[in-house]
Design a protein around this ligand. Structure first.
Ligand SMILES: [Zn+2]
Length: 276
């Protein structure tokens, strides 16, 4: 599943290819992915709309129009493919945006889990799906104190599970949570309420740092995710995710994999001791 760094890479690519363009027509081949309204009004609202820019909130892409946002979540396998002219659709193409300059943007999704919805600019941040997201991790007001405050709500959860909640630490998903806890030397099963302030501060620094480095590398290329500008390269820097049995880069102990809250979780049993 694309996480914040991969979505940011997609955003930058879309910003270069579609911002400033005006939509002449929209075709929807899989109506279920359009949320909150029927396909007819969805298409009518977008027609003649001009994409001012492409923003991001957490793992949501926001196509910014004059009065509304098109909010797009890629879920497991969603991808955007821009084409300089009209091109025949692929069997996994579910939405086609045609622009007045003749170019097209195809939304492709093998698993069909992705969603699109329109939200008024004025209320978008106070209603689902954008409400209740924590501020962006690179926002200087997102501090260790804010994280500590958020974790109080999840004090009985393992820290791995708590950090996947986008109202606690925006942008961390399964891959980058494992990397963050490894860097911070915190065992993924540690209860959020059992963490010291020092450990929370280490998790905060590590999480922001892991996300920043991953954004700089164009995200990670894992299974189906492919950066639109070529391959993301952060997977080359992964210390624990997908490294089961590989020696820990710090101490040489074999990396282990367990399930936490149903999610595959990688850690070093020597560097990350569980606090009871
Ligand atoms: Zn280790």
């Amino acid at each position: 599943m694309p996480e914040l760094p991969e979505v940011e890479t997609v955003r930058r690519s879309l910003e270069r290819t579609v911002s400033g363009k005006t939509i002449s027509s929209v075709k929807v081949f899989h109506p279920k992915m359009i949320r909150g309204m029927e396909v007819g009004p969805f298409i009518d609202t977008l027609k003649q709309g001009r994409i001012e820019r492409v923003d991001r909130r957490g793992k949501f892409l926001l196509f910014v129009f004059e009065r509304f946002y098109l909010v797009s979540h890629l879920r497991m396998e969603g991808k955007y493919f821009p084409y300089p002219q009209a091109i025949e659709k692929d069997k996994h193409t579910h939405v086609i945006f045609r622009f007045t300059d003749g170019s097209e943007l195809h939304y492709n999704d093998v698993r069909k889990f992705g969603t699109m919805e329109l939200r008024d600019k004025e209320t978008a941040m106070s209603v689902a799906p954008l409400a209740q997201l924590e501020r962006e991790p690179f926002d200087p007001t997102f501090t260790a104190e804010v994280l500590a405050e958020n974790l109080i709500r999840k004090k009985r959860s393992p820290i791995k599970t708590a950090l996947l909640d986008q109202s606690i630490f925006l942008g961390l998903g399964n891959i980058y949570v494992d990397e963050t806890l490894y860097a911070a030397r915190v065992h993924p099963l540690t209860k959020a309420g059992a963490l010291t302030l020092d450990e929370i501060a280490r998790i905060h620094v590590a999480g922001v740092d892991v996300l920043r480095k991953a954004v700089e590398s164009g995200g990670s290329t894992i299974r189906s995710y492919v950066s639109p500008t070529g391959k993301g390269e952060f997977q080359l820097q992964l210390a624990v995710y997908g490294q089961t049995g590989v020696p820990c880069p710090r101490c040489g102990t074999a990396i282990e994999k367990i399930k936490v809250g149903g999610r595959g979780t990688h850690f070093c049993p020597t560097c990350q001791q569980v606090a009871l």
